[in-house]
Design a protein around this ligand. Structure first.
Ligand code: ATP
Ligand code: MG
Length: 815
């Protein structure tokens, strides 16, 4: 067994050894004296600090005296001691943590550190050092320390006699700093001292920060989601709305269509009621019967007006109604339209007055539509004003730009302007030069405030009860408003119940607000400009009655012209027939198909056809007839219930020659039928005369005659056939019609219709014309030429020639 520095000796060189009385070995080394307990081989070293004279001792220089004192010789003298005095320091020193230095600065707490159980540090106070001490004052430099930061250090750190523990860059969390110390003799205070410390996480890493983050995150996610949901919702809503709007529009369209269809349906029977009724009234002698019937008549007229209003409204709505404005003196017009209300006003003992601040205001208006406006407003005023009331109509200029509602009337201001933004903009443009204000004020019942915004709505009536007492449907104002807007004007109302009502219409002056096709040049006659729907004239026309019916001005032909009536309504057919009988031979057909068949069969001189019919409608039939060589020349009059401009155009394209809108005035029909027949007759007379002096008409001449290309083709073909075949004396009507692909009758009627010549005459004229040409150019005798062009005998040729040209062939050659 050897004892070396491993066991604690300061050096492996032993200078001298003494054994004391208790058996303890004391040995001197070059680095002090060591005490070795042979029982447990523990080594205890002593140094200069312990009182040695010097560290270095000399070899073999030791002594033990009788009293047990030990002497060791060293370089600077000897050291002696009694072994018993080498008592070990067994004091276990208390250990204290004395101070904390954070980032080089001492950190203080409200109590001394050793009194504290735990401390807390900020997240940025994580570079620090602890100072500690063991309170052993004997050889304190030999005190030993060990420390450990639980939560960071894995094990104890032996710091020898260093009294500071450094830590840098600790992460936030809980730690316990423990330190133990020993005295100079290695007696450890195992308990030592400890201090719990908590390094706070930075505020952005605290739990509440995390909670906050989480909450923010959740909120953000929630918001995003909600936003998205809302967007989706919105989109869906929009889509739905869109679909709804589309559906509504479709429904509206269907409704309008239904309205106009049903209204059309009403018009035919109405015509049939009114026409005959007028004739009956006319014929009646007894007054009381007349009054009864005039009630019937008034009701029918009322119904007709309603139907017409409905139709015009649906037309207005679908944008099909066109403005046809002309420059007019609005003062004169208004006054004129007012006149017709005087008698009615008188009856009801209402004063009807008119005033204007100028003689003349020129405004572009569609007179028919403007009349409607005035009529509606005036009839309302009369309708809703009691006996003894007053109605005032005034026309005045507005100063630009005039707000429509600055009514200076005594009536309480209670106005609402009904004008869509676009139209208002237009109006503004028109009003740059000012506008014309027409007011209709009455002292009638007035309109309650809550109803004011609605009076311009369709079918809106203020008081349901009124409906029973007064005749009305609530369309009047809706129509009025639309008509005014068509003029780019505005309509408004102010009213106070019990006091009266003021309707104001403002029409822009000038014509900048109108498009070119809305303006009709003054003085220029434009046929069909008047919208039949708005034109109530036929009502008055009916009053003219049957007597005035114009007699046929077609000169008395032997055979009356043949007329084909195509109409599915039997009553209508006989109604039409009743007017045309006597002047015409009439055949009838129930629908377009039958009409077309009969037309081909009989080749009538004129066809009057309804537009809407089963199987084949009027347009189709016309188209078919006009493209058929046999019938292309027959003029067609279409009776259209659809008064729309389009159906007229449609009809024109298929070749109908004229139109009448149902309900029509029978006299007008008669007039138009006569007119067409007459016109045709005139044309063919002219053409027939021309034919007499021509060998073969050129295309230009044919065009001049006013016949269509179908007829042109037909005639060219007829000429061709006749010229080719004429040298054959056997060539007659039968051969001609066979070659033309027509029956004798068809050919005959067609030729007569176009040239006023019968088929045989036609052939004869062709022959004679040819002969005339030959006589002039060929050196042949009249007899030869007569045979050439198919005459059987030269004598007959001469007679015919003279008859036709007025001179004999020989005279003609000599000319
Ligand atoms: P229609 O004119 O179609 O025959 P109507 O006169 O009842 O029927 P509108 O002219 O559109 O319909 O008028 C709508 C409603 O406004 C009327 O029912 C009436 O209650 C009210 N009204 C219109 N003008 C006046 C007025 N001058 N005084 C009082 N109320 C009026
Ligand atoms: Mg009305």
């Amino acid at each position: 067994n050897s004892i070396t520095t491993d066991q604690g000796l300061p050096s492996n060189t032993i200078m001298a050894i003494e054994i004391d009385n208790s058996g303890i070995i004391c040995a001197s080394t070059p680095k002090g004296i060591s005490k070795i307990d042979p029982r447990d081989l523990t080594v205890h070293n002593y140094d200069v600090e312990d009182g040695l004279v010097s560290r270095e001792f000399i070899e073999q220089s030791s002594f033990k005296d009788n009293n047990g004192w030990l002497y060791f010789g060293g370089r600077n003298g000897f050291t002696y001691f009694h072994p018993d005095s080498l008592k070990e320091n067994k004091f276990i020193p208390p250990v204290y943590i004395t101070s904390l230095t954070v980032a080089g600065e001492p950190k203080y707490f409200d109590k001394p550190l050793y009194e504290l159980e735990d401390i807390e540090l900020g997240y940025n106070e994580n570079d620090f050092s602890f100072d500690f001490v063991a309170l052993n004052y004997i050889n304190p430099q030999k005190n030993q320390y060990a420390y450990m930061l639980e939560g960071y250090d894995e094990d104890w750190i032996q710091s020898e006699n260093r009294r500071t523990a450094f830590y840098t860059n600790l992460s936030p969390g809980k730690y316990t700093f423990r330190v133990k110390g020993s005295n100079n003799d290695g007696y450890w205070n195992e308990e030592g001292a400890h201090l719990a410390l908590f390094i706070h996480p930075p505020f952005w890493k605290t739990w509440w920060a995390y909670l906050f983050y989480a909450m923010v995150f959740i909120i953000v996610v929630y918001m995003l989601r909600r936003n998205e949901l809302r967007k989706i919702n919105l989109r869906q809503e929009l889509e739905l709305e869109h679909i709804n709007a589309e559906k509504m529009a479709e429904l509206d369209k269907e409704k309008s269509k239904f309205f106009s269809n049903i209204s059309h349906e009403f018009r035919t029977p109405l015509t049939l009621i009114l026409g005959p009724l007028d004739r009956v009234i006319e014929r009646l002698r007894k007054e009381e019967n007349k009054t009864d019937l005039s009630i019937v008549r008034r009701s029918a007229l009322r119904l007709q007006t309603l139907v017409n209003q409905l139709l015009s409204l649906s037309k207005l709505e679908s944008g099909k109604m066109k403005l046809r404005a002309r420059q007019e003196n609005i003062v004169r017009l208004t006054h004129l339209y007012l006149q017709s209300f005087h008698s009615m006003a008188e009856d009801r003992e209402i004063k009807l007055a008119f005033e204007s601040d100028a003689e003349e205001y020129m405004v572009y208006v569609d007179t028919i539509k403007f009349e409607k406006v005035v009529n509606n407003l005036l009839s309302n005023a009369l309708k809703y004003t009691d006996k003894g009331g007053e109605i005032n109509v005034s026309v005045s200029g507005t100063t630009p730009p005039a707000p429509p509602s600055n009514g200076s009337d005594s009536v309480k201001e209670n106005s609402s302007v009904f004008s869509p933004p676009a139209a208002a903009g237009e109006t503004q443009r028109g009003q740059e030069t000012g506008g014309i204000r027409i007011t209709f004020s009455d002292t009638g019942t007035g309109i309650p405030e809550e109803d004011l915004p609605h009076v311009f709505d369709r079918f809106y009536q203020v008081d349901e009860k009124q409906m029973k007492t007064t005749l009305g449907t609530g369309i009047g104002l809706a129509l009025t408003k639309e008509l005014v807007e068509l003029h780019q004007g505005t309509s408004s109302v102010q009213s106070e119940t019990g006091k009266g009502t003021v309707f104001t219409v403002i029409l822009p002056s000038g014509k900048d607000h109108l498009s070119a096709d809305e303006i009709v040049e003054t003085g220029k006659h434009t046929p069909d400009t008047d919208d039949d729907l708005l034109n109530d004239d036929y009502l008055f026309m009916n009053e003219v009655g049957a007597e005035t019916k114009t007699k046929s001005d077609v000169p008395g032909d032997d055979a009356l012209p043949l007329l084909l009536i195509v109409e599915d309504n039997e009553d209508m057919r006989s109604y039409i027939k009743s007017y045309l009988e006597g002047d015409y031979n009439i055949i009838e057909a129930e629908d377009g198909e039958e009409g077309a068949e009969k037309a081909v069969e009989h080749i009538p001189d004129l066809i009057v056809s309804d537009l809407m019919m089963p199987k084949m409608d009027g347009n189709q039939m016309t188209a078919r007839l006009k493209t058929d060589e046999r019938t292309s020349h027959i003029p067609v009059i279409l009776l259209t219930a659809k008064a729309s401009r389009e159906s007229k155009l449609e009809g024109l394209e298929t070749g109908a020659d004229d139109f009448l809108t149902k309900p029509f005035d029978a006299d007008e029909l008669v007039a138009r039928v006569n007119n067409l027949v007459h016109q045709r007759k005139h044309l063919r007379e002219v053409f027939g005369r021309k034919l007499s002096f021509m060998s073969s008409p050129g295309p230009d001449e044919l065009k001049d005659s006013g016949i269509t290309s179908m007829d042109e083709q037909f005639l060219s073909k007829a000429y061709e056939v006749a010229e080719r075949e004429m040298s054959d004396p056997e060539f007659g009507v039968s051969a001609f019609s066979r070659q033309m692909g027509l029956s004798r009758m068809q050919l005959h009627r067609k030729l007569t219709a176009l040239t006023d010549q019968s088929a045989s005459e036609f052939i004869k004229i062709i022959r004679l014309n040819k002969a005339a040409v030959l006589l002039k150019s060929k050196n042949a005798t009249a007899a030869e030429i007569a045979y050439d062009v198919g005459f059987n005998t030269p004598a007959y040729f001469s007679t015919c020639f003279k008859e036709h040209f007025g001179i004999s062939p020989s005279e003609y050659t000599g000319l």
